[in-house]
Design a protein around this ligand. Sequence first.
Ligand code: CTP
Length: 403
Amino acid sequence: MNDLAGKHIVLGLTGGIACYKAAELCRALVKEGATVQVVMTEAATHFITPVTMQALSNRPVYGSQWDAREPNNMAHINLSREADVILIAPCSADFMSKLLHGAADDLLSLMCLARPIDSVPLLIAPAMNREMWDHPATQRNRVQLQMDGCTVLGVGTGDQACGETGDGRMLEPQELLQDIIAFFQPKVLVGQHVVVTAGPTFEAIDPVRGITNRSSGKMGFAIARAAQEAGAQVTLVAGPVSLPTPRGVRRIDVQSASDMHLACVDTAQEATIFIATAAVADWRPLQVADQKIKKDGSGQPPTMTFVENVDILATVARSPRAQGGALYCVGFAAESHDLLAHATAKRLRKGVPLLVGNIGPATFGKDDNALLLVDANGSRELPHNSKLVLARQLVSEIAARLK
Ligand code: CTP
């Protein structure tokens, strides 16, 4: 992926042991297509050398406002004017306090103050000891910085370099990378609460066996991520898959179609958008054996009776909130042939305004897909692409239909 292609990021480092993570972050930003200009405070250079950051960013590091490399000797102006975003990671307690007061006694703080406030956003990733983070002064500064338009990214929890345990660690480089990528996505779903179902279900036969399918959950997880990036509150109801939870998404793990149904009915009460990507088993064994079913020596397989599972999507789509227009429902159809005809029929059968068709065998487990959107006005193809790109396109299609 090249989610940051064309973006120029000024990465500021302030004094803190989390500077070691900034090296990995810089590398991740560059790998994602960004150009990165590193600016370090004097304190940061005690933790990591400018040589390391220059090698990783492929650009000389700036550290002094008296840097004669700039023809006009105004590094603070030049560097801030080029940036699409300024990211301070790690941001120390001291640097938060400097930003808050508009201090400008070193290049990094001077550059933050001099940045065009409306066109160059400032993001900070705080990193400090838990007592420093919890201190009323730091929390006051955090709130005031947000009021001043600065985006304060979260902090991690866990063991700290000082030996204590608690809040205040800098987020991991991959978490920060996802937050930066999300920051640049259009916020088309602000104020919406999206519930997404994803993955297969598992219908138990006995304590060790069950019926499931080959759905990987990747499309649903990508949609959950894309909806969260677009500013929505997202709940992901996931069948048994081992995918990582997208950042900022609430995940409810379920096994069977019945569990998924209960979780969906519950969460859909507060939702404004319901997207059903899960490959829900159509049938479940009528009875689940308490003990493992053993061979009886006759050579005959056991007889099993199945009952139909509830259609979760159709049930949610029939709810008063969906019928009244407060809940927009989107279904998926995995077909093997005649996609348009099947998707059109399935949209009507499920009673949803939008149905997304895809060719199941071509997409199961893969990282890419192609989608066919069918609504009351006709159909539209989203051509072959990565599932994340398609998820973002689908999110913007849904947002357009909500208007
Ligand atoms: N779905 C659901 N609950 C079920 C079955 C399906 O919520 N018990 C949802 C899926 O998540 C998907 C859509 O309904 O969004 C299409 O499901 P699919 O199984 O492909 O359609 P069916 O109605 O089962 O039709 P068929 O098996 O004949 O293709």
